[in-house]
Design a protein around this ligand. Sequence first.
Ligand code: MTE
Length: 319
Amino acid sequence: MHLIRRPDIAPSEITPRDTWLDRRSFLGGAAAGAAALASGGLLAPLAAQAATAPREKLAGVKKSNWTVAETLTPYQDVTTYNNYYEFGTDKADPAENAHTLKTRPWTVRVEGECAKPATFGIEDILKLAPLEERVYRMRCVEAWSMVIPWVGYSLSELLKRVEPTGNAKFVEFATLADPQTMPGVRGRVLQWPYVEGLRIDEAMHPLTLLTMGVYGEVLPNQNGAPVRLVVPWKYGFKSAKSIVRIRLVEKMPVTAWNRSQPSEYGFFSNVNPEVDHPRWSQAKERRIGEFRKRDTLPFNGYAEQVASLYTGMDLRKWF
Ligand code: MTE
């Protein structure tokens, strides 16, 4: 698909890690088979390829309470059905092409409206706060969804190090745009670099995850190595991959998708079953690996945690 448009935790749904780990091993092969079937067999050759890519475990990952008790989307699907336009617009392209991405050395510059701007090396980022595993629902504006065990820590841990000033109302994220290693950047499907943004309270919300891993391992390149954002109550495109610069700013940033189709992509992009995208109904979704459709939940099911951020806002206007 071209021009993609564009991701609840009730306390009762929070599950201990062991429980979902058990469930995961039980589901194992059967789920992967069902996923390949549901995707028309497309995933089968890619799955073989993903299995041969070098994988590296992350040490010292702790359990987190920010975890939903739902069946995990199999690793194969999480790592072979991707949106990462710098490596192509087809879902299979990133897994095929992103081996050219060089993730070391890597730095993230954090600057703008803050007292202590700084450049963080990826090794420092990995040690800045304890790594947590969090199972999040992810919902794409294209009306598919996944359940993914990410590894990272709240973005607020990084932001507070630079001491944001009172003028820091928004946060802008810019990601790598290297025409040498990223074939998509040589084309014009989007204006590069890929830029995303959050309001400061959204960025500081504990659910907003600075993400360095998935399934207990270092992020595969196609999932946004070495460091990306995951914002589970918003459509997937808000979760910027391979971040190189974070800027605290006073004005609402213009994001890559805003810029390309302002009528279709608002700044907030909260998952909202009542506000349809012009080309995709947002009322229902299909979980990757399943045939049936599920109802899409307000704020992707995270309303209890985040709805208060939007009190008094008309969410049809601020879509
Ligand atoms: N980040 C960059 N730099 N480039 C992209 O094309 N795609 C976004 C988001 N982050 C994208 C990106 C979209 S549309 C989605 S749905 C998610 O990444 C997909 O993340 P995943 O492939 O790890 O599931």
